[in-house]
Design a protein around this ligand. Structure first.
Ligand code: NAP
Length: 303
């Protein structure tokens, strides 16, 4: 199976480098010919692991190449997913499979609607990576990736490539439950760390605020037919706050570095779903308003 990876950012590079070094055929897809030229000038992707940098000369194309794509890893941000996949839709084979690495929810449905013939496979990852240069990525935290197809429980044969590449993963029949649970944890923690400008552990000083959000989040999860994702949510949120007390959340890091957040696919998505179900979630709504005001005051996108 030949992998095409769209998005040579943190996770796209992390996957491409590990697949390539396991001799799995992989091609990077870059947004235009200028990006392709600058990639070729650098000679490949650099992956930094435990302070050691290695260069991988992974083949690359721009999205407007014409060769067919059978297996696509979509590794861009949630707000770029629909447009990015549209730029290669004409190249997808009739039996194409598309793995979606986007955080939060909403972008997966938007991509699936654009690609009615493709098998879309959402994924949820706890791996951590960041860019410290163009086409250069630091593997910051080992983790695990869950993948699944809500419409078809049969695991794809190419999972063996992930095994060979040392990408820790599991095929799950309940990928939606995993995505919802991760989304709920994110909504209970990340926006508050931005508003209180604190590390995750700083939320230990705001137990009532966190508990109220967890109660409303549980209500939304039940309404969405995800009762398992709601189970013991408040306890799990406390566990995560304690376990990651010294860390800044990904949303806090995005805001601190002046990067656009994925708010519309995180807290924004939960509030929109609640509204669609005529479910009032005043504390989540107020949190969203405060977060949007904070982003706006910093000149960042509120969507
Ligand atoms: P990232 O570093 O910003 O990389 C995104 C890449 O997508 C960039 O290289 C960007 O290209 C590319 N891209 C965007 N639109 C494109 C288009 N139309 N055509 C071609 N390329 C396009 O993002 P990331 O951190 O890897 O995150 C990807 C997703 O994984 C997010 O939803 C994130 O929340 C999730 N996630 C990330 C981590 C992590 O540790 N990084 C962990 C778990 C989940 P340019 O370089 O040209 O801008």
């Amino acid at each position: 199976m030949h992998w095409h990876i769209l998005g040579a950012g943190s996770l796209g590079t992390l996957w491409a480098a590990r697949l390539a070094r396991a001799n799995v055929p992989v091609t990077l897809l870059l947004r235009n010919r200028q990006r392709l030229a600058s990639y070729r000038q650098g000679g490949g992707l650099t992956l930094v692991e435990q302070g050691h940098a290695s260069l991988y000369p992974v083949p690359a194309q721009s999205v407007d190449d014409t060769s067919p794509i059978r297996l696509l890893l979509l590794a861009c941000k949630a707000y770029d997913a629909e447009e990015a996949v549209a730029s290669v839709a004409h190249r997808l084979s009739s039996d194409a499979e598309v793995v979606l690495l986007q955080n939060g929810m909403g972008s997966q449905d938007a991509v699936a609607a654009r690609l009615p013939r493709a098998r879309c496979i959402p994924a949820s990852s706890t791996e951590g990576a960041f860019r410290d240069g163009d086409f250069r990525v630091v593997f910051a935290g080992h983790g695990h990736t869950w993948l699944g197809d809500p419409l078809n429980p049969t695991p794809p044969a190419w999972l063996a490539d992930l095994q060979n590449a040392g990408i820790s993963h599991e095929w799950t029949p309940d990928i939606l439950g995993r995505l919802w649970r991760k989304l709920a944890l994110n909504c209970a923690i990340n926006p508050l760390t931005v508003l209180h400008d604190c590390r995750n552990g700083g939320l230990l000083e705001h137990p009532a605020e966190v508990a109220t959000l967890c109660a409303e989040l549980s209500e939304v999860l039940h309404l969405c037919g995800q009762p398992d994702a709601a189970e013991h949510l408040a306890e799990d949120v406390q566990r995560v706050i304690h376990a990651t007390a010294a860390n800044y959340s990904s949303m806090h890091q995005d805001v601190a570095q002046g990067r656009r957040t994925e708010i519309s696919y995180l807290l924004g998505h939960v509030c929109a779903v609640a509204q669609r179900h005529n479910c009032t979630v005043p504390h989540l709504q107020f949190l969203l308003q405060r977060l949007q005001a904070e982003l706006s005051s910093k000149g960042l996108s509120t969507t």
